[in-house]
Design a protein around this ligand. Sequence first.
Ligand code: FAD
Ligand code: SIN
Length: 533
Amino acid sequence: MLIIGSGAAGNSLALQLPDDMSVALISKTELHEGSTYYAQGGISAVLSNIDSIDQHVEDTMEAGAGLCKPDVVESIAKESKVIIDWLLEQGVKFTKKNGSSSRDKLHLTQEGGHTYPRIVHAADKTGEAIQESLINKVKKKSNIKLFTHHVAIDLIVSKDKNTNNKKCIGAYVLNKKNNLIDIFQAKFVVLATGGANKVYLYTSNPDTSSGDGIAMAYRAGCDITNMEFMQFHPTCLFHQKAKSFLISESLRGEGGKLLLPNGNSFMHKYDSRGVLAPRDIVARAIDSEMKLHGLDYVLLDISHKKNQFIKQRFPTIYKRCLDFNIDITKDPIPVVPATHYTCGGINIDINAKTNIKNLYAIGEVAHSGLHGANRMASNSLLECIFFSKKVLEDIKNKRKESHSDISNYLDHNKNKNISEEVIIKHSWQEIRTLMWNYVGIVRTNERLLKAKIRVSIYKKEIEDCFNKNIISGDLIELRNLVCIAEIIIISALTRKESRGLHYNLDYPSTKIKGTDTVINIDTKNNIRLYQQK
Ligand code: FAD
Ligand code: SIN
């Protein structure tokens, strides 16, 4: 099996595969690097007596604004206890209520959209705790071969002459250590490459989130669903030198207040749940207040809580803010929204299967139907692990299939020119700025149409550059980034309403019946687009 990506999704799948299965796990930088490592808030799970699976389902569906798939939401909520147990077995050290190690004694915190405290966490560095434990175990398994600094470029897909059915049989991968392109042949390929949030200028995500998996799957012929729903996290640190560092929603869950610089609160004007309303509502409220008062940021204040509590509960946030001379035990934190999560992605069924045979997608790269039009906080890590288990179940009976012939696909290392890195850097910056300014929290038809024209010009230039030049990691990402930008814009233009994370001033109301936006590429590389019923 080839697993592309070593975050919560890729690592948990690799760990569960049988010992006699040979696995290649590839990662484009270091093994730990990816969004998972930076997750702060935690993982939602129904563990307390006052809570119920029905309530978790209801909260998720309410946040998802009419586009969640009820059967998927219910299956995942039901499995949440088992998933937390599995993580404890892997050695993840979650914060406990007291000294006990049992699951019942885990501390549960609150986040936006959740009716009850439901978030299992490791202080404010849940992702780091998960990655450390999983990577530790992955490194010890002899059937898993690790390939760091390897960047997947494209999937290798064969087509049956009689049926025209597609089957994934491997991937082209750039080995950044020697700059050569390797071919990875595999019976099963799993995309676990994370989100596409780097397509915007300001993001809470690390550099790995360039949408590679979604772009590769799109080029290969997968259905890509609901890409207009890019989630903006309401509260990222505003500071010239801080690269959009996240200030966890759990800080509001533990009593943090959102204020204007004059000390007035404002969230009650927008939603009765105040600072703990779902993210789309809080991010839009902040955006609206910033525009109304001409502000660069709003404030998030937890300084009314005890010193000791703040330092113990939020050690990472406390230290990071102190680096910028903000002592959160005394001072409010300047915050702004930034892109955080890709709710859309490669369309998968409940077994994580895409519409291409033997190609699976798990984690943020996928659209499973859990998040709908707006993901509820801390449901993502849960989804990563849930679908890793599903892949395992699905391949059980398929292992005996023979390998496909890959010899037709071996000539990818062609003679090319050295690319001009400066052009790559410029285009990169321009696309991300364009997306931020024209395809942001509040959209209009005019801005989307302008963005579409500009992005199509970049896309042509970049594809040309990709075909003529020696391929580098940056060029691969740029090609994917522009592809993602185009998909987001087309998806946004197709949705003739406002719903969840997609807000268009030209269509401010929400249609009674929600539909998914699905886009696919046909063989002539023209975009075929349709809305599902
Ligand atoms: P990632 O963890 O992003 O891993 C992607 C992997 O794919 C990396 O190994 C990367 O190197 C590799 N990769 C990418 N492209 C290629 C390529 N072309 N070739 C080879 N390898 C490639 N969610 C929650 O549920 N709770 C939280 O508290 C929470 N907090 C968050 C805080 C922050 C700051 C951020 C950014 C996100 C947070 N999220 C949270 C969201 C959650 O962390 C992510 O959705 C989740 O971790 C995604 O996991 P993943 O395995 O799908 O991808
Ligand atoms: C956070 O800690 O605010 C992030 C939680 C999430 O994205 O699920």
